[in-house]
Design a protein around this ligand. Sequence first.
Ligand code: NAI
Length: 335
Amino acid sequence: MTQTITVIRGDGIGPEIMDATLYVLDALDTGLQYEEADAGLVALEKHGELLPAATMDSIRRNRVALKSPLTTPVGEGFSSINVELRKRFDLYANVRPAKSFPNTKSRFPMGVDLITVRENTEGAYIGEGQSLSEDGDTAILMQKVTRRGSERIVRYAFDLARSAGRKKVTVVHKANILKSTSGLFLKVAREVAQRYPDIQCNEMIVDNCCMQLVMKPEQFDIIVTTNLFGDIISDLCAGLVGGLGLAPGANIGTEAAIFEAVHGTAPDIAGKGLANPCALLLGVVQMLEHLGQLDNARRLREAIVATLEAKDSLTPDLGGEGNTMSFAKAIATRL
Ligand code: NAI
């Protein structure tokens, strides 16, 4: 049966990196059909809403989407479109691999190979219960962490460790200070860890974790943490392996999965052909693995690595003089 995926071209550099990504995907001969759907600023301009019903229907039907970054308009009355997508499809696991690549500007030439598993539907990042006092002097935000939410994300991390042949899961928290929310997350994580005696487990307070990541990233294998900590840690990890241009992310739920780049719409370089398409292409690697196309996933990853090794047509963020499309073409020739 032919698999159709929903394709969201996004805002800013989104359309450029999606064109480049689909060029490479076509060369891979995956048999995938694309169904385009609008979201974000483009959708607001065309349809008067950030997340049209037709887009939701498309993702619900196809169960797999490839998404370029979307602008979250700053201003009252708008929710974050990315958070909204994660909430509406209950995409509870945000899986962000960070692996060293050759010829990047990373401080760690090789040796980083870790995955951040971030809870995607709860905690401070969701922005629940936000209010500002009438005098504008006091702001309040509610944080909710549940046993169910904690349990399923920690289980996801341990199951991933097993299926991906990983050895260790590090539970990252701030339970010493945030005793209720982070405390519950840690308590549940300890309970879940006991059911996986074959996987090593350790605990780390988030501030120490940030320092350890910068000093000795090779000690990490899989990190599991709550939403906001995961958001920050995964950008830190992207920095360890050469920047946001090389960092993909998968948002996984039971009914749908959305694959994307970790980075945003990069308005400073949009429309200039300077954007690195690799993060979205690495999102495609995750998507192909999710779809069981393991051989195609491996071929695409190897072609990306070979192109980086050859320093062929790299974009300026990687020190090259190529552009978005020339980089993609150089990757496609190596498939
Ligand atoms: P950003 O990730 O768009 O940009 C940060 C820096 O990284 C910029 O200097 C940019 O030029 C560079 N950069 C990002 N992607 C790159 C690429 N592929 N190649 C080369 N350089 C790249 O973060 P920023 O500026 O904080 O956010 C801009 C907008 O993106 C905001 O509206 C934000 O809400 C949105 N955003 C959307 C996300 C999503 O859709 N998943 C994720 C993060 C931000």
